[in-house]
Design a protein. Structure first.
Length: 656
């Protein structure tokens, strides 16, 4: 089954070969092929979903058709350009300095790939909705909305999960699920080096930009995850690159397709794309007005059509269920008040997530870490602004009390203090070095990247988990750092800096909090099934035990009730490992998706067993029976979890 993944990867290779016949840089070919492949994947999934054919045969045959068409296009294009040599090496790969550092990048990439491959997915959000929606889609053979207790599974942008599902269907498991973020990480490094080139960086500056991007701590941790932060970052990098390409080359059919495609895919991946892409879009619009005058509406219209075509299926599903293309109203995470003082306060609080520079540099035995001082300074700033540092309107409901976190190797809270310092220094160097002012588009690029993060600060409350949402800012800023440092320092200083940055990244490479490479007795000695529970160990025993209990029943339809918890995906994987065909569906849903239970095919779902995973409210007692569709189910097995604050229960049908 693993070999079947190749049918979709062949399409990517063919796209690369076709584009490479027309470009002068292998990096440009790779970026373009990834964008077009992403668009093709979207349309394959959406079209198959319309006829409930998101199956192994459906996906495999469609990729075979795409492969056949692309082979024909390649042969035709090859005949038109017989003199062109594919896989052309750019000059920076011939420089010993760049080649040495490129080897460092390859080693870093391979280490992250090993982590992604040997560990089962275990990010909390992935267990709750990223991967849970994937197994529901595969079971339903469609990406249409379905009844669920966790609405995140429905309305959140789905492209990263489309890609994971593609590999999961073709491989028959989740072994390759982490490679979507990993591939996005590699693509982002390549895109950043190209952006640095467009901004005027020498080959030395381009490789430095890639290294700065590659060593962002949050990026290293996300690179082996099944989250979607690096995926959206990659599409935003592509959007920024094609914006600069249009500035340089003007508007062509290809670059307008790639521009609209990258923007559409970013929006289809994560909602933060709207925020980070907005300043870039304004910059592009101003350029269009200057150069195209009143005709600027034409490329804008084309880009909007491409974006809507890519996002249309998801938008329509959300409108049908939630009356909004963006879906349901989630837990409030935006600021409750808006003012200059609130903006200043929130900005310093969010930047403080990346303040533990002393521990990053391993100087804590010499210098006292600055987190305590930073916390005190922020308190003083709030007092001067007459603001409460713990005002619930300014902090996320998940993190009511503000604090300055220390250095972390956890993918939700890892700060990037050294990279924030590099960005600050590069900005300072740019201000004082007037020669850099003559670099076309460099100031504009800096402005839109900073505008994106400041727009984020102006919209979202503080939380220690905001770190991962800052990833696009740090990756996009890496291009600016590469340009400025590459032009400010000689080759020796640049080389030493690059090597230092690479060496300092080892804690996040080897000691990932949830996927460490260096552990007692070795990673490979651990049962893969235990990996799913690394972030939520309280579920491991009841989930494994309920799976064993279910083996004694002759039942293939399992009704699922989840309340106060959404830790669903590991349950699917454990039940699927039994090799027993099962169908799982959420029942007794009490949110907007409840009305879908009365529609086909869900209305025909008749569970013979109900599996309930519930976190109790205070003073709430467990139930001995429950009803569904007029039938009574009685408690047959129960096991508590999380210190008796919740329990997993099996209910069997009385009159089976």
């Amino acid at each position: 089954m693993f070999l079947l993944i190749g049918v979709s990867l062949v399409s990517l290779v063919l796209l690369f070969l076709i584009i490479d016949l027309k470009t002068e840089d292998v990096r440009v070919s790779l970026l373009g092929s990834l964008v077009i492949w992403g668009i093709l994947l979207t349309f394959i999934i959406e079209l198959l979903s319309l006829i409930n054919a998101v199956t192994l045969s459906g996906v495999f045959i469609n990729w075979l058709i795409v492969d056949g068409v692309l082979i024909g296009i390649y042969q035709k294009t090859r005949k038109k350009h017989p003199e062109r040599t594919p896989w052309k090496l750019n000059q920076w790969t011939k420089n010993p300095f760049s080649v040495t550092l490129s080897i460092g990048l390859v080693v870093l990439a391979l280490i992250v790939a090993v982590v992604a491959l040997i560990y089962a997915p275990n990010h909390s959000d992935s267990m709750e909705y990223h991967l849970s929606r994937v197994v529901h889609w595969i079971q339903n053979q469609s990406v249409t909305h379905y009844p669920t207790s966790d609405l995140f599974q429905l309305y959140q942008p789905p492209w990263a999960e489309f890609a994971i599902m593609n590999f999961q269907i073709l491989s028959g498991g989740d072994r390759f699920a982490g490679l979507i973020q990993w591939g996005s990480m590699i693509g982002s490094w390549i895109g950043i080096s190209l952006i640095a080139k467009e901004l005027g960086a020498s080959p030395r500056g381009q490789i430095l930009a890639a290294i700065v991007a590659a060593t962002v701590p949050m990026g290293i941790l996300q690179g082996s995850s099944t989250d979607n932060n690096y995926v959206v970052t990659f599409w935003l990098v592509c959007f920024a690159y094609y914006t600069l390409t249009i500035f340089k080359e003007g508007i062509t059919k290809m670059n307008i397709l790639l521009l609209g495609g990258s923007l559409g895919l970013a929006i289809l991946t994560k909602g933060t794309a709207y925020i980070y892409a907005f300043p870039v879009a304004i910059w592009l619009g101003l350029w269009g007005i200057k150069h195209l005058r009143w005709k600027v509406w034409q490329p804008i219209f084309i880009v909007l059509v491409i974006v809507l075509l890519i996002n249309g299926g998801h938008y329509l599903r959300n409108i049908a269920l939630f009356a909004s293309p963006l879906g349901a109203a989630a837990e409030k995470q935006t600021l409750g008040v808006f003012s200059p003082s609130v903006f200043i306060a929130n900005s310093v609080k969010q930047l403080s997530l990346h303040s533990d520079i002393i521990r990053y540099l391993h100087l804590e035995s010499i210098i006292t870490p600055l987190t305590g001082i930073t916390n005190k300074v922020i308190e003083i700033i709030h007092n001067l602004l007459s603001l409460d540092i713990n005002d619930p309107l300014l902090n996320s409901p998940k993190s009511a009390k503000f604090y300055v976190p220390g250095l972390s190797t956890y993918e939700d809270t890892a700060g990037n203090p050294f990279h924030l310092m590099l960005i600050g220094l590069a900005t300072l160097f740019y201000i004082v070095n007037k020669k850099l002012w003559r670099q076309p588009y460099l100031l504009g690029y800096l402005a839109v990247v900073f505008a994106g993060i400041f727009l984020f600060f102006g919209l979202f409350t503080w939380s220690p988990y905001r770190c991962r949402l800052h990833l696009p800012f740090f990756i996009l800023s890496s291009a600016f750092v590469g340009v400025v440092f590459g032009k400010s320092f000689n080759s020796k200083i640049t080389y030493v800096l690059a090597v230092l940055i690479l060496l300092l990244s080892y804690p996040w490479l080897f000691f990932n909090d949830t996927r460490p490479l260096i552990v007692e007795n070795g990673v490979l000695s651990q049962p893969r099934v235990e990996h799913y529970f690394i972030t939520q160990k309280q579920y491991q025993s009841p989930y494994l035990n309920v799976s064993n209990k279910l083996q004694s029943y002759e039942c293939s339809n399992i009704g699922l009730i989840m309340r106060g918890t959404s830790f669903e995906y590991p349950l699917w994987r454990i039940l699927q490992l039994s090799q027993k065909p099962i169908t799982i569906g959420h029942i007794n849903v009490i949110n907007e998706s409840a009305k879908l239970a009365s529609q086909s095919p869900h209305k025909d779902f008749k569970p013979c067993i109900i599996l309930s995973s519930v976190r109790f409210n205070p003073n709430e007692e467990s139930k001995n029976s429950l009803t569904y569709n007029g039938k009574t189910y009685t408690q047959d097995w129960v096991e508590p979890w999380d210190g008796n604050r919740g329990e997993v229960t099996l209910f069997t049908l009385q009159d089976r």
